[in-house]
Every structure is written in C-alpha cells, then in structure tokens.
Ligand binder design. Sequence first.
Ligand code: PLP
Ligand code: LYS
Length: 420
Amino acid sequence: MTPVSYFPYKNNKMFVEDIAISDIAQQVQTPFYCYSSTAIETSFQDYQLAFSNQDALVCYAVKANSNQAVLATLAKLGSGADVVSMGEIRRAITAGIPANKIVYSGVAKTQEEISYALTLGIFQFNVESEPELELISKVATSLNKTAAIAFRINPNVCAQTHEKISTGKAENKFGVPISKARLAYKQAASLPGIKVQGVDVHIGSQLTNLAPFKEAYQHIAELVVDLRADGHDISVIDVGGGLGITYLDEVIPSKQTYADLVHAQLGHLNCKIIIEPGRSLVGNAGILVSSVVFVKNGEERQFLMLDAGMNDLVRPSMYDAYHEIIAVNKSNDTLKTYDVVGPVCETGDTFAKARQVHESEAGDLIAILSSGAYGAVMSSGYNTRMLAPEVMVKGNEFAIVRKRPSYEEIIKQDITPNWL
Ligand SMILES: Cc1ncc(COP(=O)(O)O)c(C=O)c1O
Ligand SMILES: N[C@@H](CCCC[NH3+])C(=O)O
C-alpha cells in the first residue's frame, strides 16, 4: 500500500474511498485525521492470508492508533491486541477484543495494571525484566491466579531504523538480555503463580529490510531449543511488530515475504506464532487534513503556514520523519518550494523544509499522508490547541470517531484551588 493508495484523485480532487476530502472538511473543519476503514481491513486480511499456513494470531499493536473505531474494525476481523498499559487493555476490551487474545508488553507494568490483566485473563504477559517477573508472581499468587508468561528477549540486534524507535540493542531499555535468558526462565519456572509459555522479541519499528528480523529470529530459534532442553514447555513465539511502510520511496518487503521468513526461521519449532504489527496495518490508511492559514514570504523562504501543528502530528519534529504533503484539490499544475510549518511557537514545528507542493493560497486544503499510525495517538494539547478530531470512512459514509473538544471542556479539566 502506497501513501496514496486509498486517497486517489478524481478530477483533481482527492478522495477517500467514495467521498471527496473537501466534503468532509466542510463539515468537520480542519485539522482532522481521516482513516479509510477499507485500507485497514485490507491490510489486516493481507496479514491473515500471509500467515494462513501457520498457527498464527495477529495481535494489533494498539499504540499505533487506539481509536475505538479502528480497534472495532480489527476486532470484527478476529484481531487480538498487543497492549502496553491499563488504558490500552481497557480500549481493546471495550472495542470487542477478547482478553484471551491480548498480549501485554511494557517495561514498567504496575501492580495495579498486572492485577487488572490477571483478573481479565489475558493470553500472555511479555515480561521485560526479572523484577517485573517477581511482581507478577506476587500479584498472581495473591489473586490465586496463574500468569502465562513469555520473556521479551533483547537479542542485541541492530534494527537499521531510527535510533529512537530501535528496541533490540543491548543499550535499549527493553527486554531481558539474551545472555541472561536461560537464568531468567529458570527463575520463572521456580516461582508460584507463573506458567512459562513462550518467548517474545520485538527489535524496533519501521524496518525496511528483513535482515535484522532474520538475525533476531535465528537467535530466538536457538534459544527455544535451549529452553526446551532445560525442561521448559515453550509453545508460543511472539515475533513482535516492526514491518515498515512506504512514506516516500522505501521498498518494503511484502507481508507474505515477511511471513515466509518467520516460517523459515521458526516453523520447525511448531509454536503458535503471535505477530504484533502496528504501523503496517494503519499507517497508510490515514491522513491528516489541514488548511493553509497564510502563505508567508520570508527573506529566504516561502512558508506554507498550516492550521495543523506538531501537537497534531509530532513525527517530523520528533524523528525528522518524512511525510508526503500534497494539495487536496489540484487547482493548478505549478509546483512551488515551501517550508511547511504549523502554528505552534516552536521552530521545530515544521512538517517539511524546502518541499515542492502545488502552489497554494490561504484556505487551500493540504493532506499530510501516512499519518494513520503514531499520529493522533501522539498528539497533545500544547499551546492549548484542540486535539484534532478523527474521521473514519467506509465507502460513501463517514463518521466522526473522535470529536474535537470544546475550549470549555479543555479548560474545565484544570482545577483552581480555593486558596488562590
Ligand atoms: C512491543 C511492541 N510490539 C509491537 C510494536 C508495533 O510496532 P510497529 O508499529 O512498528 O509494527 C511496538 C512498537 O514498536 C512494540 O513496542
Ligand atoms: N512513535 C514511533 C514508533 C514507536 C514504536 C513504539 N515501540 C513512530 O512514530 O515512528
């Protein structure tokens, strides 16, 4: 799926499925996120098809986009969930994902979170440290429950991605070092309230190349053999998420190629396979729609000043991430070079520098593509800006699936103490 697959132009007007973006903009006002439910469904079905000859469960990484409408779309297709907080567990359950399809990752799970997950009966805790294991054992024992666990293994593999989203190097905070894994499993087997069930690995996000996956899975395969020799009953391998998407011109291996790699590296172990894709399910299914507020002629540059900012989509500021930026309605063929910026009082509030965009004027609609993953979920109210609403489209229908808050709602969250 390319950034524009589900957002085609018809007569120079950008559509999402059967609806013109400008028609939605008229009713919703910019900025807003817009998702194609068909794009999400198709991506999920591609994963299911790719893994159809394996005993595999897709556990969507909720952190990528946790809107209820997105989760419900995936739940209906049979998706499980990879969650990292009590909030994400609650979102997954509310959207109809059953507890027995939930895997719980995260480096600092609290007693309250563990207790909640145990009470629900989730499928697996992906344990990221020995102290976490001990806490899970304590909580499980006190509740008279058994926690099925896998250790998240840190294989010390370079994911060849941005350093801020690389998670499988020894210097990263994630997982148990592979060198300590056998000891950790020995401890787990000795603790009450713990059932050793599997092995988990996730080395990073936006991987564009399969070689790091291969290296990591080779280490995991060897470890599973060792663990079985140590007497552990390993029946599940969680291979994590991380398959990238095309933002510009990255050539991403297909889901089938990825599935074949998983099978080649791990198939002989006859384990149930869990996959935790996030970005590759929803990233190119969403865009951020914005309006040009001003075109400003600076001394050195021309600025396209949008009504969306870094608070709405932080990826360019945070990771220098590239997102395609295109006119929603192409009223001319002239391309101009702009710095595309937002209204926030930070120089880093820049979506793109020296980018060619159709010549635009105030009021024109602009789409920032590939924003379905790590977009709305990472937004904030910085500069007391309203969280952008989210819209989901299916065919010729659309619905606001998160509304824009009012200023009253935002301000009334603060409490002025009566002693002021
Ligand atoms: C444990 C875990 N699983 C799955 C994912 C999903 O990753 P991605 O969105 O790259 O598929 C992440 C995020 O990197 C993660 O931390
Ligand atoms: N937030 C990151 C991805 C992080 C993945 C979480 N482990 C991004 O926007 O690319």
